[in-house]
Design a protein around this ligand. Structure first.
Ligand code: SF4
Length: 341
């Protein structure tokens, strides 16, 4: 796969006109994309294209100087390098800083900002320390392998991390969090899917944001995982100008359940520096949920969640329905009164 490591290279590949201001953004938050994902862009509509908006810089990224790079306090909640332990029964292993594309809305943008924090690949000694910590915390039952994107590691390294975690008696669930099926689906081979399918308690969490990302190639990648017996779930980030529209999200979620990928979370974008122009406001997400209620199978509806600042954790939000008027609005029919106790 061919990768493009700067705004200028990406624009030249797309054959579009350069915007000199965006080179300044590239100098702070460097661009990265690959040929597969770039080919999904409609170059005739670059400014409004939902794929382009996810990887082409925006001058508003530099306007935000007040927000934190780490509002979720991951750095403070890291007991050993490469591990975040926030919730009682779960921990996040940051396996690598590499990604197949750099998403402009990334909540770990601090790890790829020029001059900022870096996330090295976890080596053997780092892995030993992480496993020692996990062994000493018997209440931890689930490890999310994240990054960066763990599928960017050489397969043998990823395999070693997963096998070492599987040896820990207390770890019942291993969740691999990866955007690879969306941004580099050809990377999912039978060798990888068969291995992942052979690990008891392993789940795969991927990250589709728009129905145009559900291509023949990404369907094939997800099918390999599903056929190998890996449960695949999806998290979507609600992004202004990309997918903040119930019709677009309905289309995405219907396509996903058809290929047996369960929409798990719809996240409101985190208040991270350089990302805030993507924020829709929480009410927008709740409104989308309300519109889904009468139309969409519960299989297709994800939980809408926010991640509280200062390491407060995830909170799933629900649209409220308490009165006859609200019930009527859902189904657009006669007044219905629930016979409450
Ligand atoms: S693939 Fe994930 S970790 Fe990498 S830039 Fe995109 S959102 Fe961030």
């Amino acid at each position: 796969m061919k990768f493009y490591h700067s705004y200028c290279d990406i624009i030249s590949f797309l054959g579009c006109a350069e915007n000199i201001d965006l080179e300044k953004v590239d100098a702070v938050y460097p661009c990265l994309a690959n040929e597969y994902y770039l080919k999904l862009i409609d170059t005739g509509n670059l400014a409004d294209d939902p794929i382009a908006k996810q990887i082409i810089p925006d001058s508003r990224e530099l306007n935000d100087c007040d927000s934190s790079y780490d509002p979720l306090s991951e750095t403070e909640q890291s007991p050993v390098p490469g591990l975040v332990h926030r919730f009682v029964d779960r921990a996040v292993l940051l396996a690598t800083g590499r990604c197949a594309v750099r998403c402009r809305f990334c909540f770990r943008k601090r790890t790829w900002t020029n001059g900022g924090e870096t996330l090295p690949d976890i080596d053997d000694s780092g892995l030993i320390k992480i496993c020692e910590y996990l062994r000493g915390k018997q209440e931890i039952r689930e490890v999310l392998i994240s990054g960066g994107d763990p599928l960017m590691l050489p397969f043998e390294r990823l395999k070693k991390i997963i096998l070492e975690l599987s040896k820990l008696d207390n770890i019942e669930i291993i969740r691999v969090g990866s955007r690879i099926p969306v941004v580099w689906p050809q990377r999912i081979t039978t060798e990888i899917s068969d291995f992942l399918g052979s690990v008891p308690g392993l789940w795969f969490a991927t990250h589709f944001n728009h129905p145009r990302e559900v291509t023949a190639e990404s369907v094939e990648a997800c099918s390999l995982l599903v056929k190998a017996g890996v449960p695949v779930i999806n998290q979507t980030v609600l992004l202004k100008g990309v997918n903040d529209d119930p019709t677009i999200l309905e289309d995405l979620f219907r396509r996903l359940i058809k290929i047996r990928v369960k929409p798990h979370y719809l996240f409101h974008v985190d208040p991270v520096r350089g990302v805030r122009h993507f924020a829709t406001g929480i009410e927008c997400g709740l409104d989308i949920l309300r519109k889904f209620r009468p139309r969409l199978s519960s299989l297709a509806v994800p939980a809408f969640a926010i991640d509280l600042p200062e390491g407060g954790g995830k909170v799933a939000l629900q649209a409220q329905y308490r009165t006859a008027d609200e019930f009527r609005d859902i189904f657009d029919c006669k007044n219905i009164i629930y016979p409450d106790a």
